[in-house]
Design a protein around this ligand. Structure first.
Ligand code: ZN
Length: 172
């Protein structure tokens, strides 16, 4: 079921999300997050973005949907790279953010299994962006050069939803 996204100024986006005691209680929420992320054309989505302040996010990179419950960052590479990020909670806004190129994250899967995932490039980027969402941080907080922030006009915005444009879209 697709869920509505909360407004950019919603308090839940600025709060520290709560640990999930029993993964079985978020089975429906996880599948709704996946459906919402796909419907919105995003590469990631965190529970606070649909108004639920719990430590859960989903990603969809290279056609592989993943669910992360109670994720923690285990390792981050020294090497950092720049990437132009967008956020489903901040429509049309893009900006350059520098983050570690590779991260290792520990989490529970949708079935409550412990897992450790090492990710590079876009998936590493999305994981870090979503971890930030669980800690009340939005990507503009991490933009060092405010001159890289740009706001897409109607034409640019619509072109991001055009057929074949999926690869270019990095809202999360
Ligand atoms: Zn976001």
């Amino acid at each position: 079921m697709q869920l509505p996204l909360v407004q950019a100024n919603a308090a839940v986006l600025r709060e520290t999300a709560k640990q999930i005691k029993d993964p079985a209680t978020v089975t429906d929420l996880a599948s709704d997050l996946l459906a919402t992320m796909v419907a919105e054309g995003g590469v990631g989505l965190a529970a606070p973005q649909v108004g639920r302040g719990v430590r859960l996010f989903v990603t969809n990179v290279a056609g592989q949907p993943l669910v992360f419950i109670n994720p923690t960052l285990a390792k981050a590479s020294k090497e950092e790279i720049w990437w132009e990020e967008g956020c489903l909670s901040l429509p049309r806004l893009l900006g350059q953010v520098k983050r570690p190129k590779q991260v290792t994250v520990r989490a529970l899967s949708e079935t409550g299994q412990r897992r450790e995932i090492t990710a590079d490039d876009l998936l590493a980027r999305v994981i870090q962006h979503e971890l930030d969402h669980l800690n009340g941080i939005l990507f503009p907080d991490r933009v060092e050069d405010l001159g890289t922030l740009r706001y897409l006009n109607d034409e640019e915005w619509q072109s991001r939803f055009a057929i074949g444009a999926e690869a270019a879209k990095t809202e999360m």
